[in-house]
Design a binder for this molecule. Structure first.
Ligand code: SF4
Length: 400
């Protein structure tokens, strides 16, 4: 594309954006910290999902200083449900480094900012261009889709060797006079007009320069390499009751779901059933002998690279002292206290069933909902605990 055309394309795109951009809380702000938070949250996450988290997070941690000094558990709690928790841990860690090494001022140069935990090429380009007008081009899924159609690019968007090529194409197109606005404009175009399915080409501001549109080949782009179906793992999880409390453990700080709390459990081996796996995992992970009272439910959950099918059991403590093998911390807490702890989404999926199960069990006995020792006997005596009083007052097993 000739220079003149590139210039006209940039202008058309920015003009369109200035009029049509969505009214989002991270637009038209200049606070680099708030921009950084928004970009971290928006990575791999839809705008509608981020909106409530963004406001709550900034109310809770109003400045970089507040975030840097906050307890990691509080940060994870504020992030709970947003997924990809490494983003929260890294943001917290990076805020601490900025406070300690840069006096609380976010560095404006690529080297110092890009080196911070969790700051990859995308975050660095987005924050530095939007907050400080630095000439770095962003490349995310939306941008790749727009570029691949504009320039009929053959490189598959989902393969890493293509990354450099898309980065160069984005850099060539970037409006260096207004890099922040241009970056936001091309991402907005991808989100609102140049959608994956049924792009709105008739209202597209860059239609004149779009080779895929001009040659009638839109459906061929972006190119994608075929991916294998993600593996699925079967997991057994036990909610262990002891004296009216349940056991939760904390995952090690790094890695998948790092720093979050969960109920103990793990992968089911091919040679065992789910209940046996639950007992084995609890023994291996926390050194407790327990018995399975009742299956609670089955939960399915998808992570980025794999899926899980989780069999959840209600268990009673029998013997042993907690000795951790894998987790880094544990607590015996009442069910009502679970809300204070950041838990993975897969655990959240069965909390209401767990509470229903527990409180219906309480209806059977005479103990109050938070009873200590009374509760223990009620739970321990319920070998098949999922019982409920029928209208006739008789105790019934609840179907599972
Ligand atoms: Fe995308 Fe259509 Fe615009 Fe081309 S003309 S950039 S395919 S919306």
């Amino acid at each position: 594309m000739e220079k003149k055309e590139v210039k006209a394309l940039r202008k058309a795109l920015i003009d369109w954006y200035l009029i049509n951009q969505r009214d989002l809380p991270w637009r038209k702000i200049s606070d680099p910290y708030a921009i950084w938070v928004s970009e971290a949250m928006l990575q791999q996450t839809q705008v509608a999902t981020v909106l409530p988290y963004y406001d709550r997070f900034l109310k809770r941690f109003a400045s970089l200083r507040h975030l840097a000094r906050a307890n990691l558990q509080d940060v994870l709690k504020a992030w709970e449900g947003l997924g990809y928790y490494a983003r929260a841990r890294n943001l917290h860690h990076a805020a601490g480094i900025v406070l300690d090494q840069h006096g609380g001022t976010i560095p404006q140069n690529w080297q110092d900012f890009r080196i911070l935990p969790g700051v990859g090429d995308y975050i660095a380009a987005a924050v530095l261009s939007i907050a400080f007008s630095k000439p770095y081009a962003v490349v995310d899924g939306n941008v790749k889709r727009v570029l691949s159609r504009l320039f009929v690019m053959e490189e598959p968007v989902n393969q890493s060797p293509s990354k450099k090529i898309f980065q160069q194409a984005a850099a060539d197109l970037l409006d260096e006079q207004s890099p922040g606005t241009f970056n936001q404009a091309i991402m907005e175009l991808g989100a609102m007009i140049c959608k994956s399915r049924n792009p709105l080409c008739q209202t597209c501001p860059v239609q004149t320069w779009c080779r895929a549109y001009q040659t009638g080949r839109i459906s061929e782009f972006p190119r994608k390499a075929k991916k294998q179906a993600p593996p699925q793992y079967k997991i057994a999880v036990g909610v262990v009751f002891k004296n009216g409390r349940v056991l939760i453990t904390r995952r090690k700080p790094e890695g998948l779901l790092g720093g979050l709390w969960e109920f103990p459990g793990g992968k089911i081996k091919k040679s065992e059933n789910a209940a046996t796996a639950c007992l084995r995992e609890i023994m291996e992970e926390v050194n407790l002998t327990v018995k399975v009272d009742s299956p609670l439910c089955r939960v399915k959950h998808a992570y980025t690279h794999f899926k899980i099918q989780m069999e959840v059991f209600c268990c009673s403590y029998i013997s042993g002292r907690v000795k951790l093998n894998g987790p880094v911390d544990h607590r015996w807490i009442r069910l009502a206290e679970l809300e204070k702890f950041p838990l993975p989404k897969a655990n959240h999926k069965f909390l209401s069933q767990l509470k229903d199960w527990y409180y219906s069990l309480m209806e059977v006995g005479s103990g109050n909902a938070e009873g200590g020792k009374e509760r223990k006997s009620e739970v321990k005596n319920s070998e098949y605990g999922s019982r409920k009083k029928g209208q006739d007052g008789k105790v019934r097993r609840r179907g599972h």
